[in-house]
Design a protein around this ligand. Structure first.
Ligand SMILES: O=C(O)CCC(=O)C(=O)O
Length: 305
């Protein structure tokens, strides 16, 4: 569902927004079913956690980067209403999907508690420019219901955290590590728990202070899909290069089913790009035989600048 203007205003003013009902019932159900191609169902996990020890190696063990094993998941990373939101927030249609991950957490697997931090530390080589619009947008789609016991993200409104410098001396005097963590307990009174039913969209900027929290429910599980957007341009930002994974069958299906606009968020050359000529078109068609590449022949449907 299209993200309403008041949510966008929250994102601009508070540094985060939460929108329930972002996914419709069918797209949510299809994505949830596809999760089990990557993860054990909760009942399966809790019957024998030791059989899934890979999920307990660290609090980040449950992250799986795109492309995923189902179009029903892949398409959510560039859902039309997500692209619409990113375009409205970042102020440009020339969007770059600079990371996409699934993240599964299971109660008792590991301690998911984190200190408050800002994520730009591993999304940029430098620090964010204090500009409007902000330069990076992180989006999280909740694929399971998230209540207070399910390790909800805790987010701190911009007005509360903006006095803390981007690369602070730690507030407790300990040495500052690579993740610019803030002192334990900081903002405990002002942080907001991001709870909501499956299908909710949560967004924040990479300079918004937040943290992961402990799962307190004995058999809690939480499944999320993360997609990070920026505008193409800077050389100092990003997370990954999509070409590194572009030999997998999941990638081929993604390119073959996506529209030219959707492909362009991965860096696939847009219609009208000087890259396209008779040779590149024929050879790219050989690489992706089921893709409709006619737009690249005609130049129609070029990604707007
Ligand atoms: O999982 C979460 O709710 C937040 C995690 C987080 O902030 C992080 O790992 O940087």
């Amino acid at each position: 569902m299209r993200v309403p203007e008041h949510c966008l205003a929250d994102l601009r003013e508070r540094g985060y927004m939460v929108f329930e009902g972002f996914l419709d019932v069918d797209e949510l159900a299809a994505a949830q079913e596809a999760l089990w191609r990557h993860y054990p169902r909760p009942e399966e996990y809790f019957t024998d956690p030791a059989a899934h020890a890979w999920l307990a190696r660290s609090q980040w063990a449950g992250e799986v980067r795109a492309p995923w094993r189902s179009w029903d998941l892949n398409r959510l990373a560039f859902h039309p209403d997500l692209l619409d939101l990113a375009e409205r927030f970042l102020g440009s249609a020339d969007l770059h999907l600079y990371n996409a991950e699934l993240w599964a957490k299971y109660g008792g697997a590991v301690d998911y508690e984190q200190a408050h931090h800002r994520d730009f530390g591993n999304h940029s080589l430098v620090v964010p420019k204090r500009s409007d619009p902000a330069t990076q947008l992180q989006t999280w789609i909740l694929l399971s219901d998230v209540g207070d016991d399910d390790g909800p993200t805790k987010v701190v409104p911009l007005s509360v955290a903006e006095s803390v410098p981007y690369w602070p001396e730690t507030l407790d005097g300990s040495s500052n590590d690579y993740m610019n963590y803030l002192a334990a307990g900081a903002f405990a009174d002002s942080e907001v728990s991001v709870t909501g039913p499956a299908g909710t969209l949560f967004c924040l900027r990479t300079d918004t202070v937040h943290r992961g929290s402990r799962m307190t429910g004995e058999r809690s599980s939480r499944f999320t899909l993360l997609a990070d957007y920026e505008v193409w341009g800077p050389r100092w930002t990003g997370r990954i290069a999509w070409a590194a994974d572009s030999l997998s069958p999941d990638w081929a299906e993604l390119i073959e089913r996506a529209t030219p606009r959707e492909r362009s968020v991965f860096g696939f050359p847009a219609p009208g790009d000087p890259y396209w000529d008779e040779q590149t078109l024929a050879d790219t068609q050989a690489r992706y035989p089921r893709a409709d590449l006619t737009a690249y022949l005609t130049g129609h449907g070029a990604a707007p600048a």
